[in-house]
Design a protein around this ligand. Structure first.
Ligand code: UD1
Ligand code: UDP
Length: 380
């Protein structure tokens, strides 16, 4: 007797969601006899998504196409709700999988809940306990935790956060973070077929130390980001032994500050966002990363290199505790001093190396899909 396949609708809209769900989609596709997998992209990030879909060969079944120039949160949320409602009504999945804490993840979870469809939340339980930082992600993820049926927590710490909020233990699985699965796969493929970044042709990364910078957090827009840029500017002006490569996020609020402060400086290379293989290659050449990104905090420990986090707090304290990430905040002085110390003090630098990555082992997607096999016994 054949068992009815579980129809899993995977939905995402931004760069990090795509990278972190790609391994899960791949794993679901390995079990075609058990799962029917549909993929919906909201295209909250249109330009950043496309190369990821190609790299991981992700098929797309629905594309509600919500991205607008300089979109604000209410308009974006309304559009995602309206368009995802139509997708749910048409596809009628057995379960919806979302990732992380974006507007796409929150609003599609709420729509699925209204449709009576259980939600599986990948990367559940991250918290800063400050409702305004990161904004709006901290509130997004807390709300998703109360809409979801299955919670895939990357670490024991994130599991404990969910338990404290009253989420039943049997609905939580500790899986590791799927970004490590994506990172390992990409690193291995990039090593086999090295990739090139045209703007960086002719650089000798053996004689200059490469510092990779990214920034995009909404709560840093304005004074925080301006201060970060002043710190980076000072590094570029005072240090002859570094090259700074900064793929600038397409959000116009980021570009409006970064371009005027850092454009045209020697040894600062402002470039367009890189596709995932090129970015992974860049990280592998880096001396350190200076970033407010969540994903980069998780990836750098796998390379044994410092991730300096330009935020006042983090929902990923496991990295700081393990000594593989360091919170530096947004003060120009602190950014400058912390980087300078790691450039000059080799013992301090060496402490970041050879520590196990607390965020995952590359097998998170397998654990998530194994848990989905048992979904029927857990719902409603
Ligand atoms: C979003 C997420 C954030 C996540 C980040 C990852 C929300 C509220 N924010 O922030 O949680 O950490 O993505 O990068 O969900 N744009 C383009 N092309 C693109 C992408 C963006 O032009 O491919 C521009 C558009 O003008 C867009 C703007 O950037 O309106 C902002 O995009 P949005 O998704 O609203 O916010 P992010 O800052 O990217
Ligand atoms: N990334 C990328 N190209 C870039 C910058 C980042 O592919 O130019 C990758 C990075 O390796 C990580 C993810 O994008 O996997 C992080 O996305 P982002 O910083 O936009 O979001 P966050 O992780 O902060 O939510």
């Amino acid at each position: 007797m054949s068992v009815k396949r579980l129809h899993v609708l995977v939905v995402f809209g931004t760069r990090p969601e795509a990278i972190k769900l790609a391994p899960v989609i791949r794993e679901l596709q390995r079990f075609r006899n058990r799962f029917r997998t549909s993929v919906c992209i909201t295209s909250q990030h249109r330009h950043l998504l496309e190369p990821i879909l190609r790299w991981f060969q992700i098929p797309v079944h629905d594309d509600p196409d919500v991205m607008r120039p300089n979109q604000e949160l209410c308009g974006l949320s309304a559009l995602v709700m309206e368009r995802f409602h139509e997708v749910l009504a048409r596809r009628r999945p057995d379960v919806v999988l979302v990732q992380g804490d974006t507007t796409t993840a929150l609003v599609t979870s709420l729509a699925a809940f209204y449709h009576g469809v259980p939600v599986g939340h990948v990367e559940a339980g991250l918290r800063t306990l400050n409702r305004y930082s990161p904004f709006p992600e901290e509130i997004n993820r807390r709300l998703i935790s109360h809409l979801a049926t299955l919670h895939f927590a990357p670490t024991n710490w994130s599991r404990d956060n969910l338990l404290k909020e009253g989420i039943p233990r049997r609905r939580i699985m500790v899986t590791g973070n799927t970004v490590i699965d994506a990172f390992f796969e990409t690193r291995d493929r990039v090593v086999r077929r090295p990739t090139k970044i045209p703007e960086l042709r002719g650089f000798d990364f053996r004689t200059r130390k490469l510092i990779v910078v990214t920034a995009h957090r909404r709560e840093n827009f304005g004074p925080g980001l301006a201060s970060i840029c002043r710190g980076i500017r000072r590094l570029a002006l005072e240090r002859q032994d570094i090259e700074i490569v900064f793929p600038v996020h397409p959000n116009p609020n980021v570009r409006a500050i970064v371009q005027p402060t850092l454009g045209g400086l020697d040894r600062v290379h402002l470039i367009e966002p890189l596709d995932y293989p090129r970015f992974v290659w860049l990280l592998s050449q880096a001396y350190l990363a200076l970033s407010d990104s969540g994903g980069i905090q998780e990836e750098m420990p796998s390379l044994g290199k410092p991730a300096l986090v330009m935020r006042e707090n983090t929902e990923r304290p496991e990295g700081v505790k393990a000594g593989v990430c360091k919170l530096v905040g947004t003060s120009a002085e602190k950014v400058f001093r912390t980087v300078t110390r790691l450039l000059d003090d080799h013992r301090a630098y060496a402490q970041f190396a050879r520590r196990p990555n607390p965020f995952g082992d590359g097998k998170a997607a397998q654990r998530i899909v194994a848990a989905l096999h048992d979904l029927r016994s857990l719902t409603p």
